[in-house]
Ligand binder design. Structure first.
Ligand SMILES: CC(C)(COP(=O)(O)OP(=O)(O)OC[C@H]1O[C@@H](n2cnc3c(N)ncnc32)[C@H](O)[C@@H]1OP(=O)(O)O)[C@@H](O)C(=O)NCCC(=O)NCCSC(=O)C[C@H](O)C(=O)O
Ligand SMILES: [Mg+2]
Length: 288
């Protein structure tokens, strides 16, 4: 999948029912979690179960990602060795605080014959925020994921639905992702019953520049897909803009105007991106 995922659903790799259900859920990406959603005494079992699940497949066009335990834990190295031998092409690394951590992961994967593994780096500690620009440009990193639950705790932020205490970190991570040309995915919303709250926080994330939202429950997928996907009006506008632009270029004009506004090349690029995304979503909708 080349499109940035609007919705990325985490599930505990110990939860067989959830992993099975994900084959039919409309999430653009799925993260099988071996880290915080799996208790220490269930880590090995979860890893074995996950490897069987990956081998069985059946996830269609969904992007598959595994969140491993950190290398500093007793399970991290075994997770990496096991996944290096699987068909998975992207690993999510929790609590990334330095380029050194990423290099250690890259070295171990290379020893296992994998130098092609894409890495999604989770920013969820103050040190990760402070070094996010170098993390974002580190080898094989293709996305930054906000770990807003851990980060809010580390920053000792009071509970606040507006997330005002996180603005600096969220904005800095989006900026770092844009500078590096990689994706930025916003953190999870923990109240699975509060759909209005989820929508508000998705809209806030989109306004801050995030490409999509990470999620914890199937009931959250539709809202993220809607907020982070192009609206029907945006698709229509993109179509009109490209029509007007193509006509102007074909008749030898150097400028084009739509609804009284000058069109510039970055608007054309954005319109093409919107139409590509809409076409990709239409293809996803047709698949099971
Ligand atoms: C939060 C949950 C524990 C709730 O689970 P449950 O009580 O089973 O919910 P429901 O009964 O409403 O479930 C209905 C059906 O949906 C399936 N289900 C539930 N959650 C998922 C899921 N995440 N993916 C796929 N399928 C799911 C149930 O199995 C039911 O199926 P069925 O019976 O067949 O109809 C649970 O949602 C959950 O565990 N969520 C994920 C938690 C997780 O992965 N956490 C770790 C990642 S988030 C994080 O770590 C934060 C980050 O690091 C940070 O610091 O911010
Ligand atoms: Mg976390």
């Amino acid at each position: 999948m080349t499109m940035n995922p609007r919705s990325t659903l985490y599930m505990p790799a110990i939860n067989q029912r959830a992993m099975d259900k994900a084959r039919s859920l409309p999430a653009d990406a799925v993260v099988f979690d071996l880290e915080d959603a799996v208790a220490p005494d269930a880590k090995e079992l979860a890893r074995e179960q996950l490897l069987r699940q990956l081998a069985a497949g059946g996830y269609g066009p969904r992007k598959l990602v595994v969140r491993c335990n950190a290398l500093s834990t007793p399970w991290g190295a075994d997770d990496l060795r096991a996944l290096a031998g699987s068909a998975i092409s992207t690993l999510c690394l929790p609590k990334v605080e330095s380029v050194g951590q990423l290099q250690a992961v890259g070295n171990l994967l290379r020893q296992c014959g994998r130098d092609d593994m894409a890495l999604w780096a989770m920013i969820e500690a103050p040190a990760g925020v402070a070094r996010v620009e170098s993390i974002a440009t580190s080898d094989n990193v293709t996305a930054l994921l906000m770990g807003t639950t851990d980060l809010a705790a580390e920053l000792r932020l009071p509970a606040d639905p507006t997330r005002s205490g996180l603005y600096y970190a969220l904005g800095r991570c989006v900026l770092a992702a844009r500078l590096a040309g990689i994706m930025a995915l916003d953190g999870v919303f923990l109240d699975i019953t509060d759909t209005a709250g989820l929508r508000a926080v998705c809209e806030q994330g989109r306004a801050l520049g995030f490409d999509g939202k990470t999620l914890i429950h199937p009931g959250q997928i539709a809202i993220a897909n809607e907020v982070f996907g192009p609206s029907a009006a945006a698709v229509e506008h993109a179509r009109c803009l490209l029509e007007v632009w193509d006509e102007a270029m074909a008749s030898g004009k150097a400028v084009a105007v739509l609804d009284g506004r000058l069109i510039e090349t970055m608007h054309v690029d954005e319109a093409r991106r919107v139409l590509d995304t809409a076409a990709h979503i239409a293809r996803l909708d047709q698949e099971p």
